[in-house]
Design a protein around this ligand. Structure first.
Ligand SMILES: NC(=O)c1ccc[n+]([C@@H]2O[C@H](COP(=O)([O-])OP(=O)(O)OC[C@H]3O[C@@H](n4cnc5c(N)ncnc54)[C@H](OP(=O)(O)O)[C@@H]3O)[C@@H](O)[C@H]2O)c1
Length: 331
């Protein structure tokens, strides 16, 4: 393997810095599967990691990128052979083990999933951790009894990666979806993904959230935490289910037990990072079949590897929408 290009995150004098460097094979982390990376993607967590805005990186230096898809170059694990198309996301990738922003990655075999039939390497990264997490949240809510007949489902942070994919997948499954967003200009985008209604955060009084308010939602996908999650909890229907996915607004939750006790609301914690089999392969298989989003191309833009440093600011400022795929070696 000749020297390869990587976007390396380092800590220097207490500050996080990230830059393109050339590395060689000996600098890759240990693992059974070496992958020629075709595509990676950009998630909120990547923006926190690369900029140092969040304490995400647990081992410096670390190649960024929590997602990657590509072709196996070498494998000492019998489950994977050179030439196989694979996806690797989650676990320590891009936070404590070199990630997807590089022409090569080497990872433990148990972090690798075979690319499901019907999904391209590019589509796998248009989905990425965002799609995996949205689908996992929906699967967990359905296991908890949610179905379209129970009533509307609200999605917060709706224009983001997880949000856009949750709106799309839920609408395709026949749910009546309400999108909650901070972006007035993106109402048409959200309706195009299948949202029946769009609510703007500015229209909510989040300063005084009562313990229980008018019951509106049978299900909720929450990407924000904080006051929005408190408001969602107070507006859930009897027996409603919330998938708590993100903290883009706040890690705090100031609510009461009333929705959980008096309305039997369930708050499901969704952890895409360390959930193992059978969920991991099962959810990826379903993303290629019954949970396949209908508008993946419309919500995705693809950037060249060199453009990567310019994308993170929008994520930190809540301005990004949809998904960004990073073309590394391409398919
Ligand atoms: N639990 C897990 O396993 C898991 C996996 C993936 C992601 N996550 C978390 O889920 C969240 C969404 O991830 P993502 O990759 O979809 O992020 P993203 O693409 O950056 O989307 C986040 C969206 O949240 C809204 N938002 C952002 N900053 C905000 C703020 N300060 N106040 C209120 N709203 C804000 C914006 O949507 P609107 O303008 O439409 O409101 C934004 O587009 C993040 O917190 C991420 O860390 C968790």
């Amino acid at each position: 393997m000749s020297p390869f290009k990587a976007f390396l995150i380092e800590e220097k004098e207490g500050l996080t810095q990230a830059a393109f460097v050339n590395l060689d094979e000996t600098q890759l982390d240990p693992g059974q599967v070496t992958i020629r990376v075709a595509y990676s993607s950009v998630n909120y967590k990547d923006a926190l990691a690369v900029t140092g805005a969040g304490r995400i990186i647990r081992r410096y230096p670390c190649i960024g990128g929590i997602d990657l898809s590509g072709i196996v170059a070498a494998s000492s694990d019998p489950r994977f052979r050179p030439g196989d198309a694979v996806i690797a996301t989650s676990f320590d990738i891009g936070v404590a083990h070199h990630g997807g922003y590089a022409e090569y990655a080497r990872v433990p075999a148990q972090w690798v999933v075979a690319l499901p039939a019907g999904l391209s390497l590019h589509a796998a990264m248009a989905l990425g951790t965002a799609g995996f997490t949205a689908a996992l949240g929906i699967v967990r809510m359905q296991e908890n009894g949610l179905h379209p007949g129970k009533g509307p489902v609200i999605v917060s942070g709706a224009t983001g990666g997880v949000g856009s994919l949750a709106v799309d997948i839920l609408a395709a499954l026949g749910y009546e979806v309400t999108a909650l967003t901070g972006k007035a200009a993106q109402a048409d985008y959200l309706k195009g993904l299948g949202a029946k209604a769009v609510i703007f955060r500015s229209a909510l009084d989040l300063t005084r959230v009562p313990p229980l308010a008018k019951a509106l939602w049978a299900g909720a996908v929450d990407n924000l935490g904080g006051e929005v999650l408190a408001w969602i909890a107070s507006t859930m229907k009897q027996g409603g289910t919330i998938a708590s996915i993100g903290l883009a607004a706040s890690p705090l939750l100031n609510t009461t037990v009333m929705p959980f006790i008096l309305r039997g609301v369930c708050l499901l914690g969704i952890d895409s990072g360390y959930i193992g089999e059978p969920y991991r392969s099962g959810v990826w298989q379903r993303l290629a079949s019954d949970l396949r989003p209908q508008h993946l191309d419309e919500m995705t833009r693809t950037i060249a590897f060199d453009e990567l440093p310019g994308v993170f600011d929008d994520y930190l400022k809540g301005r990004a929408h949809g998904r960004v795929v990073v073309e590394i070696a391409g398919a």
